[in-house]
Write a protein that binds this ligand. Structure first.
Ligand code: 13P
Ligand code: ZN
Length: 273
């Protein structure tokens, strides 16, 4: 069987990068079993031959109407599929879907009829927002980063901007590379519409969203970028926990030191593109 990647180097490079990131997620211990999911907007690589491809599985409902997504194409991790398997064979552990003209349903077009992730409502709600705002961001990543999920079990970190403040104060790079900080979504049932809607609200003003007692969601220009956003914040959480393990609450950078980083590096207050 001919893969949709054949003869399309741009699409192949994008999917190769997804596979590379899936390997990192597994190596980091963020992707137990089928944990986590990835979606990338691949519409730019779809030529007339791709557009003429017939559905290879019945049309399915998204559960939301997303007007910006009409006729758009996404690579999605398959539901129940493992990141460590996806790293070896992305087209057997994910598929390319096309959003139907009603903007509320989708069909799988390639390579195999692998049903997309159960968190599709969240991924597509964010993709719809990115297109609506003219963003150049193409990728959405949900994963289970250990230290960030651990911190989400502590009520103090779920209130206001406390989690962002503590993470920023661990190392100047966190502030520099995650200048919008981390948004919190209170616990909600995985894969639901409520979770998708709350995540959408938080991603508008934050680099990464933390689902209480579950995981994170990040957006990025590509999937490596979404991974880096998550990794930068998780590194800060790891430093916090290492300091706590040494027996005391870490001092953290002072507010004045953090303000200096913000001013000197002229850090953006909103997503750059
Ligand atoms: P999927 O296997 O459906 O992608 O689900 C994994 C997950 O992390 C759900 O939150
Ligand atoms: Zn999850």
């Amino acid at each position: 069987m001919k893969s949709i990647l054949e003869g399309r180097p741009g699409l192949k490079a994008t999917i190769d990068q997804v596979a590379e990131v899936a390997g990192y997620l597994w190596q980091k211990g963020w992707a137990e079993r089928n944990g986590g999911n990835i979606t990338v907007n691949v519409t730019e690589y779809m030529d007339d031959e791709c557009k003429a491809l017939k559905a290879i599985a019945p049309v399915k409902q998204i559960g939301m109407t997303l007007p910006q997504l009409k006729g758009k194409y996404f690579y999605c991790k398959g539901t129940g599929k493992r990141m460590r398997d996806l790293a070896r064979d992305p087209m057997a552990n994910g598929s390319v879907i096309r959003i139907c003209d009603d903007c509320a349903s989708y069909e799988i077009i390639a390579d195999c009829p692998v049903a997309p992730t159960s968190e599709l409502p969240t991924h597509l709600a964010l993709q719809n927002y990115l297109l609506e705002t003219g963003s150049c961001y193409k990728a959405t990543l949900h994963t289970h980063p250990i230290e960030l999920v651990a911190m989400s079990h502590i009520q103090r970190f779920l209130k206001g901007d406390e989690m962002t403040r503590v993470l920023w104060s661990m190392i100047p790079e966190t502030l520099a590379f995650a200048p919008l900080g981390i948004g919190i979504v209170p616990y909600a049932l995985p894969s639901g519409i409520e979770l998708a809607e709350s995540t959408l609200e938080q991603i508008k003003t934050h680099d990464v969203v933390l689902w209480e007692k579950h995981g994170t969601v990040a957006v990025g220009q590509d999937i490596m970028d979404a991974f880096d956003q998550t990794d930068v914040l998780c590194k800060a959480a790891n430093i916090y926990m290492c300091a706590r393990n040494m027996g005391s609450e870490p001092d953290g950078m002072t507010d004045a030191a953090m303000k200096e980083v913000q001013d000197v590096f002229n850090l953006p207050k909103k997503r750059p593109c």
